[in-house]
Design a protein around this ligand. Structure first.
Ligand code: ADP
Length: 187
């Protein structure tokens, strides 16, 4: 099972990716988490990524793609994974296609979490009170939504044309959303 979970910032990708990962016993790979781990460890990658992240911009494709290539080459991700936060640009879609082609495999599904824009802002502002994330200020939150709409939302059409998008209502309780995803995924 090779899955992607997509949706705007605040849609609940990370939360739901963890449930799916546990349920199917597959690794959840979050580019945001990997970047944040590198930032807190002060690695070269972290130092480079931080200035983009703090501004709500995407880290350059070449940096992100190289990082994901490395991660997907690890043993635990060989047969199955759920990607959270990647791909986010058309260029990243091509890179992922290339990685999967070279393994002779392809994606099984793209879960799209659909949430009202105002609800997204409210959730992120609430998270900001406890997350300590430098990119959880209102101005940066609004900018991240714009970047998503411009750069990432178009990917849903790309995957849509391949017939692999599974649309899931992301409004309501975490548990309700998990159940909807469970019901929508192949057994
Ligand atoms: P969000 O809450 O916006 O979904 P994430 O935790 O997934 O945030 O990512 C945080 C930040 O890390 C992004 O705003 C971006 O700067 C960087 N990032 C994560 N994934 C990618 C990616 N695939 N391409 C470029 N930048 C990324």
């Amino acid at each position: 099972m090779r899955l992607i979970i997509m949706g705007p910032p605040g849609a609940g990708k990370g939360t739901q990716a963890k449930f799916i990962a546990e349920h199917f016993k597959i690794p959840a790979i979050s580019t945001g988490d990997i970047f944040r781990a590198n930032v807190s460890e002060g690695t070269e990658l972290g130092i480079e990524a931080k200035r983009y992240m703090d501004a709500g911009e995407y880290v350059p494709d070449e940096v992100t793609n190289a990082m994901v290539k490395d991660r997907l080459a690890q043993d635990d991700a060989r047969d199955a994974f759920i990607l959270d936060g990647y791909p986010r640009t058309v260029d990243q879609v091509s890179t992922l296609d290339g990685i999967l082609d070279s393994l002779g495999t392809k994606l099984d599904g793209v879960i799209e979490l659909v949430v009202d824009p105002e609800e997204l802002i409210q959730r992120l502002l609430k998270r900001a009170e406890t997350s300590g994330r430098a990119d959880d200020t209102e101005q940066v939150i609004r900018h991240r939504q714009e970047v998503y709409t411009a750069e990432t939302a178009p990917l849903l059409e790309v995957y849509g044309s391949r017939g692999i998008v599974i649309e899931v209502d992301g409004m309501g309780d975490v548990d309700e959303v998990t159940q909807r995803i469970d019901a929508a995924l192949p057994a």
